[in-house]
Write a new protein. Structure first.
Lengths: 289, 214
């Protein structure tokens, strides 16, 4: 542990440090043993044989995987494109001054947030007989759009009330206050949450696999169940999983980068660094060591 | 209503399946999640690294992929279990990452001064943890834990596609008997709403009991 203070334990002294080092060594050994056992298992069940990996050398297989990935990204792209306007619409509805609009939007958003996403996708796919892409995207839009609507609403409500009042005092109309005063300020706070929700949407595109949408996982399954390549299931997982995890990590990283950027004060753009809020000593800046 | 009454036993079994899946997975997720959270706040670096890796990988893996790996992958290692157990493993491990983060952020909300005060009174590590830190962390953990559990209940729907008896899968049986598929889904939706509302009510009570006026 670094010297960072924690409620759980003191900054360790020499004896505690030695003990921690011992625990660390034991834990490292245990983890190494676990990983070693896994690797042995992989070799024992012949996962690294030539037969199981040749499949990935074929142009056709590579194209199959890439097409699957493209379909995954296509579903994701449509979801983003449609979910954001959906969210904006229903967030505006929930913030409306008309009780009826407010109540209807509230019911819609709460219902779709409470329903399992897969139930909606299956409903659209089976009962409404949509094709897989439509069913997947519609389900994703309804669910993620509803969650995003709540994010947007919370963001707008988090803007200090004085901003809204100042807008009205200047003679702006409702729409103007919303568009020129509240949303631009809320945007900074909301963007990281919006991107985090998009990570969820990206993960959930894999539900398309269950309704036979030909996305990335579906392509993987086609290869994994192919007898000609000796059922290369584990190799397929080793190819597919890192791509999914990598894409999600990339988006999460973007969310964190946007969050860091949003925390910078707009008043000091390119200027003096902002003092961290917790290190207030009450002394003038020069007097602080 | 007729669809529900005529297929009561199908729905009832599906409903119980979803409940069992949710309950057992929640148990596994809580156990593993607390353990990994302990790893992540421990002073031992390899354990922290393991905890971070566990959470990062599982939070960024689609649950469908995890099901795919567990249900179709483990048999390749000669591990053959009932589908229910496979589903519990996938759901439990996936949810444990979120449970871990709820606990970790809960522990982080306890000010360092609380621990320092406890130690300066001469409390041992166990006492500090059990009497001072955890009771305060509990308050901050209940609400996020409730959301995690509701998400878990909703995620059990995926298990139906991997040969586990649960609520969503009942539409298939009902549909094949020639009943209106729309009504079949209405009752499935009602079942899920019942479960999620019950969980949210339960955690609402827990939250109110844990709340203190500051």
């Amino acid at each position: 542990m670094t010297t960072e203070a924690s409620a759980l334990y003191d900054v360790p002294g020499p004896r505690a440090l030695a003990r921690h080092r011992l625990y660390g060594l034991l834990a490292a050994l245990a983890l190494a043993a676990l990983i070693g056992w896994l690797v042995v298992q992989l070799f024992d069940t012949h996962q690294f044989t030539n037969e199981k990996w040749t499949a990935f050398q074929y142009r056709g297989i590579q194209e199959l995987l890439l097409r699957g990935l493209a379909n995954t990204l296509k579903a994701f792209g449509w979801t983003v494109l449609l979910a954001l306007p959906f969210a904006a619409l229903f967030a505006a509805g929930r913030l409306s001054e008309h009780a009826l609009v407010r109540r209807i939007s509230g019911a819609v958003v709460e219902f779709f947030r409470a329903m399992p996403l897969l139930v909606m996708i299956f409903f659209i796919f089976v009962a409404l007989k949509a094709d897989p892409l439509q069913a997947l995207v519609a389900g994703l839009v309804l669910y993620n759009g509803s969650v995003l609507a709540e994010v947007l609403r919370a963001g707008v409500l988090a803007v200090p009330a004085g901003q809204r009042e100042a807008g009205y005092a200047l003679g702006m109309r409702k729409t103007q206050v919303m568009a020129y005063v509240l949303v631009p300020q809320a945007n900074r706070a909301m963007l990281p949450s919006i991107i985090s929700q998009l990570v969820v949407a990206l993960k959930d595109t894999s539900l398309g696999f269950l309704i036979t949408y030909e996305e990335f996982l579906h392509a993987g399954k086609l290869i994994a169940t192919n007898l000609d390549y000796g059922l290369p299931f584990i190799p397929v997982v080793m190819v597919v999983a890192p791509v999914y995890i990598g894409l999600c990590l990339l988006l999460s990283w973007l969310a964190r980068a946007v969050e860091r950027r949003g925390r910078r004060s707009p008043k000091t753009r390119g200027g003096a660094p902002v003092a961290p809020a917790e290190a207030v000593t009450g002394l003038p800046p020069d007097a602080q060591g | 209503m007729k669809v529900l009454i005529d297929n009561w036993s199908t729905y009832w079994h599906g409903f119980l399946g979803t409940l069992a899946l949710t309950g057992v997975s929640a148990g596994l997720a809580l156990t593993v999640g607390v353990l990994v959270a302990a790893f992540r706040v421990s002073p031992v670096r390899p354990l922290r690294a393991f905890g971070t890796g566990w959470v990062t990988v599982l939070r960024n893996t689609p649950l469908t992929l995890l099901f795919f790996v567990v249900v179709l992958g483990l048999p390749r290692f000669g591990i053959v279990l009932p589908f229910f157990t496979f589903a519990v493993l996938a759901l439990g491990c996936y949810t444990s990452a979120f449970v871990c983060e709820a606990f970790r952020s809960g522990i982080n909300t306890v000010p360092a001064g609380q621990g320092e005060a406890a130690r300066s009174l001469g409390l041992t590590f166990g006492q500090t943890l059990g009497l001072v830190v955890l009771p305060q962390a509990y308050r901050a953990v209940v609400a996020p834990l409730g959301s995690v559990m509701i998400a878990l209940a909703k995620n059990t729907a995926i298990a139906g596609s991997f040969s586990v008896v649960e609520l969503l899968g009942t539409y298939h049986t009902v549909n094949e008997l020639g009943y209106s598929v729309i009504w079949a889904f209405v009752w499935i939706a009602a079942g899920y709403l019942l479960i999620t509302l019950a969980i949210s009510a339960l955690f609402g009570v827990l939250e109110r009991r844990a709340a203190v006026s500051r």
